[in-house]
Design a protein around this ligand. Structure first.
Ligand code: PEP
Ligand code: MG
Length: 584
């Protein structure tokens, strides 16, 4: 069989070589049209209601298990499932039709469910699409309970496999054990889907959005999942397997050797210190980032709080999460970024209209300034939690001074309220902005006078300065962190920050790109924030070159005219710095 490579979206890093196991989640089993007798109707309706109850109990149990094992926030996802079970329109329609048409509950339920799913599929809205997967997931569970079938469960696998599925629900993913599911790959899904988030937390390599993986793979086929690059290799050639096994071994060995660096500072041999900190999405990631040697949190993306739920998070929920992270990380600092909803981050039930250009739309700080009621709840919780550790606040998507001033005015109001109630908080809490919009980069001299720090969001800064949609595969070749325009902006931001006496960090993906770190270091970057798994490698690079060398590299990098030249130069330099490093 010829080797075939499918390209998808990398959802969780790591490599696995193994046998495919097709997990059927997409199609609801065809159920035959079974008529029932008139006198059986009441019993059938009763059976349907009992099944709903049984399903409800099952979901509550899973929710409880997940909350205990992985954390309350993951458990919250199942609230959406419970809501489906309370959907009176769906339930009433089934009951009415069973009574009227004298057909079995499973047949009628299946028909109604199909109708719902079809209607949802036609709607072009990310949030509703997410809801569709909830309905699908609960629907399958109800159907299986109605027909008395045993659930296919990924928790009962006996041998290690690579799971291949159309989609995986949160309950499927959560029931996976790392020693049995060594990786997974799905037809649909994006980087921000529940499934991808969960895979990262469980540290299971995963690729999503492959479109045709279920129709390309059969049970038992050998496949390789390359979660680092978003690739799945079907029927890999012996040579490819050898190559990946080698990569995997190298990866594991490097991880082990890097572990020794965990407690050492990120300091160049000539004594220049920087901070290496982590990006997190969920409080549950804290043990893992500590394990990898993070000296703090440079970006806590709080928007996940607002997603996958039917209501807004309460102040208490925010507070508990921030307090627990602050306490666990103390005395290290934790930068909490205020709500950055919009763009490619799927919308919650907040009434944000569908927009032509969501990346340029009503999002992030723009949304928060228009909805101070929602913004204040978060700010109040951050301030209250600041009494328990070292917290900092950071606003996303600041485009100019006025936005910063408005946000600060709201923060001040909240502080006054808390003071009037004698609620303790850190009145000197540092406030920073993300520099991720070119206008903010250009006026960073002005912004620097009114904040305590900058964190450069290169994911967006590159997108906006090169006008290249960060999620569009077709123009991915234009997405160049080494573009001279981007490097000049970064240089300018750092200089303006330093001239005003504030520190400057970076929390975009660029912070964790090994070959770019010497350039960023040489430009004077004070803090590097990244996914925790990248920390040891980046620390090793920083400990391997002098600041004088880094400055020279940065200066040289800025003298090139194209991104490609910079990239080639940076790669060559990295090979000199770490001759044994395995390079991409
Ligand atoms: C960025 O834009 O670089 C960033 C870190 O934020 P996000 O990826 O959440 O937009
Ligand atoms: Mg951003």
């Amino acid at each position: 069989m010829k080797q075939r490579i499918l390209k998808g979206i990398p959802a969780a890093p790591g490599i696995s070589v193994g046998k495919a196991f097709l997990f059927d989640t997409h199609e609801i089993t065809q159920i035959i049209k079974r008529p029932i007798l008139e006198e059986a109707v009441i019993g059938e309706v009763k059976r349907f209601k009992e099944t709903l109850n049984k399903t409800r109990n099952e979901i509550l149990k899973i929710k409880d298990k997940i909350s205990k094992e992985i954390g309350a926030e993951h458990g919250e996802i199942f609230n959406a499932h419970l809501l489906v079970l309370e959907d009176s329109m769906l339930i009433d329609e089934v009951i009415t039709r069973v009574k009227k048409e004298h057909l079995s509950a499973e047949y009628v339920f299946q028909e109604v469910l199909k109708k719902y799913i079809k209607a949802f599929t036609r709607i072009d809205d990310e949030y509703l699409k997410e809801r569709m997967s909830d309905i699908n997931d609960v629907g399958r569970r109800i159907l299986k309970n109605l027909i008395g079938a045993k659930h296919d469960s990924l928790s009962e696998l006996k041998v290690p496999v690579i799971v291949i599925a159309y989609d995986l629900s949160p309950s499927d993913t959560a029931s996976m054990h790392k020693d049995k599911v060594t990786a997974f790959a799905t037809d649909i899904g994006g980087r921000t889907s529940h499934t991808a988030i969960m895979a990262k937390s469980l540290e299971i390599p995963a690729v999503v959005g492959l479109e045709e993986i279920t129709s390309s793979v059969k049970n038992g086929d050998t496949v390789i999942v390359d979660g680092n690059n978003g690739l799945v290799i079907i029927h890999p050639a012996q040579e490819t397997i050898r190559d990946y096994e080698h990569q995997k071994k190298g990866f594991e060995e490097r991880e082990r050797s890097l572990f020794g660096l965990r407690d050492l500072p990120a300091e160049t041999p000539d004594g220049h210190k920087v901070e290496i900190v982590a990006n997190i999405e969920m409080p549950e990631e804290v043990p893992s980032i500590i394990y990898h040697g993070a000296q703090g949190i440079g970006l806590y993306r709080t928007e996940y709080f607002y997603m996958n739920r039917a209501d807004l998070p309460t102040e208490e929920e925010h507070y508990e999460a921030y307090k627990s992270v602050a306490q666990k990380m103390a005395p290290h600092s934790v930068i909490i970024r205020t709500l950055d909803l919009g763009g490619d981050k799927f919308l919650s039930h907040l009434e944000v209209p569908h927009e032509m250009n969501p990346f340029l739309g009503w999002r992030a700080i723009r949304f928060c300034l228009a909805r101070p009621d929602i913004f204040k709840v978060q700010l109040r919780a951050i301030l209250k939690a600041s009494a328990h550790g070292n917290l900092k606040v950071m606003y996303p998507m600041i485009s100019g001074l006025e936005e910063l001033r408005q946000a600060n005015a709201i923060l001040k109001e909240v502080k006054e309220e808390l003071k009037s109630k004698n609620t303790p908080f850190d009145d000197n809490i540092q406030v920073g902005v993300m520099i991720e919009i070119p206008s903010a980069a250009i006026i960073s001299d002005l912004l620097a006078k009114e904040v305590d720090f900058f964190s450069i969001g290169t994911n967006d800064l590159i997108q906006y300065s090169i006008a290249v949609d960060r999620v569009n595969e077709k123009i991915a070749y234009l997405y160049e962190p080494t573009h001279p325009g981007v490097l000049r902006l970064i240089k300018r931001i750092i200089e303006n920050g330093h001239n005003a006496g504030i520190w400057v960090g970076i929390c975009g993906e660029m912070a964790g790109e090994p070959e770019l770190v010497p350039i960023l270091l040489g430009l004077g970057m004070n803090e590097f924030s990244m996914s925790s798994a990248l920390i040891p490698e980046i620390k090793r690079i920083i400990r391997s070159l002098s600041m004088a060398q880094a400055k020279e590299i940065a200066e040289r990098a800025l003298s090139f005219s194209t991104g490609r030249e910079v990239e080639e130069f940076a790669m060559a330099k990295l090979k000199e710095i770490l001759p044994e490093a395995e390079l991409k």
